[in-house]
Design a protein around this ligand. Structure first.
Ligand SMILES: [Zn+2]
Length: 453
């Protein structure tokens, strides 16, 4: 048995029954958290002991929506809109140029960025052009050691065929093969199907793809309700969930959902569906106002995600802050416009931290495994330095973690109790070994795309 003891830290468990512990200890056995408390210790002579003095100990972040394979085309999309450049250049051009090895290299370094910045689980929304593309994307997740929901979406090689009014279902045989050959037997991996939904394919295909996900006991995750043409406010042909309205459930995750009516959000939350909001990308690309306010009104909360890592940093800390503060701005503006002063902030630092952890776990149907520091869950843990000149003095561990700490303060990261980052450095030798191939992949893709940057 392998044991890891994290000692003497400020433990922010996010488990309501455990709460926060000053100078607390956390014990992991064979990858599972087994005990948290002041007197918890180990008798194993070969135990790994991590001194967490002056550190905040948190569950790893959960990125509920990201396209990791776009990591090597960073720095091209930061001035792009969704409906123009992104659809034309990314889905209509670049994704078609990906070879299986590009999927591997983008996924690998995207996963390294996740781990480096304290995200221990991500939903990787993938556009595998062939089965081999999917296999290499999964290889990358396994080689990096990230916990992940690999999302088999439509191939990225022909936007006209797979998007808009497509009547071609997701490639079932490939998906089943990939699941049977690799994902099924890997405890850190699970499968989702990346659906286009009625916004991007014909009704029959939208229903058929969701039925396939259900038949495979996989999460269905769907880009919906983003951009003006899906809008209840601006488009008289608003369809909401359309043909999926009577098929929603906890195994359905909506990415974005900016333009759904409050009634539709109420319905989705009542059915147990989850929403992933990616506030920075949504604000950039013209998706509309993030769904946060409507989710809270419906009695739910969104899970945060990064989404397009060719636009923005993969750091979930940024999404926690941006998502919270833009919601506050909108709420505060409503009060101001009523002629009142703002005297109360409804959504807190703890809320946004939970949207980056346990809400992400719920959205990915992994809440029994991750999202809080709780005995019985996996040992996915991060340590933030709360004692340097940018974070000290820390009068509230939660506020320090949300507002002051940045990625430079994340000095230790564990997945399944295994140390993947220590003293600020990723431990995986592939970071150095594959770096040149990763950069070359990005240079080739951008050159072949012929973009006028
Ligand atoms: Zn997306």
């Amino acid at each position: 048995m392998s044991e890891t003891l994290i000692r003497n830290g400020t433990i922010v468990s996010l488990d309501p029954d455990i709460g926060e512990l000053e100078e607390g200890n956390l014990l992991i056995e064979d990858g599972e958290i087994v005990d948290i408390g002041h007197d918890v210790t180990t008798t194993a002579s070969d135990a790994t002991v991590i001194d967490a003095s002056d550190h905040i100990v948190l569950p790893g972040f959960v990125d509920s929506h990201i396209h990791l394979a776009q990591t090597q085309v960073r720095g091209i999309a930061g001035d792009w809109s969704l409906m123009s450049e992104y659809f034309n250049h990314m889905l209509g051009n670049i994704t078609g140029l990906y070879q299986p090895e590009d999927m591997y290299l983008g996924g690998l370094f995207g996963a390294f960025e996740k781990l480096y910045t304290g995200t221990t689980t991500a939903l990787d929304w993938s556009y595998p052009n062939t089965l081999e593309h999917g296999e290499r994307a999964v290889d990358a997740l396994q080689d990096a050691g990230l916990r992940a929901v690999y999302t088999y979406g439509p191939p990225g090689d022909d936007a006209a065929k797979w998007w808009y009014d497509s009547d071609i279902g997701l490639p079932e045989e490939n998906i089943r093969t990939l699941y049977d050959d690799t994902i099924r037997d890997d405890d850190r991996l699970s499968l989702a199907l990346g659906l286009r939904g009625p916004d991007f394919c014909v009704d029959e295909t939208a229903r058929r793809d969701l039925e396939l996900a259900r038949d495979m006991d996989a999460l269905a995750t769907i880009h919906m309700g983003a951009a003006q043409w899906t809008s209840s406010q601006y488009n008289p042909d608003y369809q909401g969930f359309g043909v999926l309205e009577d098929m929603l459930g906890p195994d359905v995750n909506i990415a974005h959902g900016n333009h759904f009516t409050q009634d539709d959000i109420d319905h989705a939350v009542a059915e147990g569906a989850s929403f992933s909001s990616t506030p920075e990308v949504e604000m950039q690309m013209g998706h509309g106002i993030p769904v946060t306010g409507k989710m809270l009104e419906a009695g739910g909360r969104p899970a945060w995600g990064v989404d397009v890592c060719s636009n923005v940093s993969g750091d979930m800390g940024s999404q926690m802050r941006i998502g919270l503060q833009v919601h506050r701005m909108l709420q505060n503006q409503d009060v101001l416009e009523e002629g009142e002063e703002v005297t109360d902030l409804e959504v807190t630092a703890r809320d946004t931290l939970e949207m980056a952890t346990i809400e992400g776990a719920r959205a990915l149907q992994l809440e029994d495994e991750i999202g809080t520091l709780t005995p019985g869950k996996r040992g996915d843990v991060i340590l933030l330095d709360a004692s340097d000149f940018m974070t000290a003095p820390s009068h509230s561990a939660v506020q320090t973690a949300v507002f002051q700490a940045d990625t430079s303060h994340i000095d230790t990261v564990l997945v399944d109790g295994e140390i993947v980052k220590q003293d600020g450095h990723l431990q995986n030798p592939l970071v150095d070994e594959e770096f040149d191939r990763f950069v070359a992949s990005g240079e080739r893709l951008v050159a072949e795309a012929g973009l006028d940057l």
